[in-house]
Design a protein around this ligand. Structure first.
Ligand code: ADP
Ligand code: MG
Length: 394
């Protein structure tokens, strides 16, 4: 990312509109389950407060689809942020309009105001120009620190960046620096682990990684389609029959490029899709009829670890199994423990993958856990993200 950051422009005492990614998981009672995204925004907010800026944060939460949804108000997030930064955070009742303008006018130097959920307005996702202008009118400068939404051209990520001097925040900078270490000139050998549910979601990234990696490991539900493409029976496992050709093409390309492509050699099969299903580990050519693959087996993880042992850079997206169910999280947890002890730059991305790694308690031993899901994959694919493209060139 060759873009200016908050360090490159004069910020002192300015009104700064900051797009942050506070889209955190909540339980039914609205309790925040994981505040990684709020914590990750702290360095930029602290930097701006030190500069005596008036900090106006804007964010979205969930999918209110252009309407006010009481359970998706940002007040609980403002409270958590206030705890984390140990200073008050004011909340605005909306993100545009007279009351918001008054709240901004009342804001002192070094103080923080959090605007209400941007997606209560349909104009946000429509990247409506008039709406972007109302946001822009609140501030002198714009900072985008919301890496997780940088792949969306919305009013608060793209539209407003065209209307104010616009730079990247420190989280945006850190996220792209780590991903540039994979797509630009990685320290080799470079290993990638791609799991998760579907090939269809990750075809782009798989193709890009094939051209860059030395070792490419495939796990999770998507491995089933590769196994089927190789002629194995996969019982009732999740399979994408429409992607069998794509899987074969990837296997061929890996061979041509001398990329070590590793598929599972043993798998944990279950008699149904449930946390307490009956299960057993079998070699990939012995999946019984009526059973389904829900995790990779121990021998698979051992071969993955062996192949990754010499890698200097490793990137991981997508759990190796149905990690939401503890008994099918073992493959992922075992690999996470191995990577935590590996002397390499280790980068993890994707909502479920990041949650799973945090669950193991080993997050601190990874170099970078991305706050991005879709944005992480698109950046890794080498695509230009509209929320980054709109910022000032560095
Ligand atoms: P991320 O959010 O980290 O990008 P994905 O959304 O791609 O990850 O993949 C996570 C999903 O993949 C989880 O819901 C998990 O249950 C599913 N998954 C992983 N392995 C399997 C499998 N063998 N069968 C079915 N679903 C699987
Ligand atoms: Mg996901």
């Amino acid at each position: 990312m060759r873009k200016q950051t908050v360090r490159d422009i004069e910020i002192e005492r300015q009104r700064v509109l900051v797009r942050v990614d506070f889209n955190v998981p909540l339980d039914e009672e609205g309790v925040i389950l994981d505040d990684l995204r709020i914590r990750s925004a702290l360095p930029t907010i602290e930097y701006l407060r030190e500069q005596r800026a008036k900090v106006i944060l804007c964010a979205h939460l969930g999918r209110p689809k252009g309407k006010i949804v009481e359970s998706l108000r940002l007040a609980p997030i403002a409270r958590r942020l206030a705890e984390l930064q140990d200073a008050p955070v004011a909340s605005a009742p909306d993100c545009i309009g007279a009351e918001v303008e008054a709240a901004v006018a009342a804001l002192g130097e070094g103080e923080v105001l959090l605007l209400e959920n941007l997606r209560f307005h349909p104009e946000e996702e429509a990247n409506d120009h008039a709406f972007a202008r109302q946001l822009a009118a609140l501030a002198d400068l714009y900072v985008n620190d919301a890496f997780g939404v940088a792949h969306r051209a919305h009013a608060s990520t793209e539209g407003v960046a065209r209307l104010l001097p616009a730079v990247a925040g420190l989280l945006m900078e850190k996220e792209t620096e780590y991903l540039d270490r994979i797509i630009a000139e990685p320290e080799r050998p470079l290993g990638a682990i791609i799991g998760g549910a579907k090939i269809a979601d990750k075809l782009g990234v798989l193709r890009t990684l094939l051209a860059k990696t030395d070792v490419l490991i495939i796990g999770g539900g998507m491995a089933n389609t590769f196994l089927k493409a190789q002629g194995h029976a996969v019982g009732d496992s999740l399979v994408e029959d429409g992607q069998l050709e794509a899987a074969r093409a990837l296997i061929d390309e890996a061979a041509q490029r001398s990329v070590r492509l590793l598929l599972p050699i043993d798998v944990v099969v279950a008699d149904r899709f449930a946390a307490d299903a009956r299960h057993k580990t079998v070699p990939v050519d012995q999946v019984p009829d009526g059973w389904r693959i829900l995790d990779v087996g121990e021998r698979s993880v051992a071969t993955y670890s062996e192949a990754l042992r010499s890698c200097r850079t490793v990137v991981w997206n997508g759990p190796l199994g149905v990690a939401e169910f503890p008994q099918f999280a073992r493959g992922s947890a075992t690999l996470a423990r191995f990577l935590a002890g590996l002397d390499a730059v280790t980068i993890v991305g994707g909502g479920e993958t990041a949650a799973m790694v945090r669950e193991t308690g080993l997050a601190e031993r990874f170099d970078h856990i991305s706050t991005g899901g879709g944005a992480f994959l698109e950046y890794l694919e080498g695509r230009e993200l509209p929320g980054i493209a709109a910022l000032r060139d560095g």
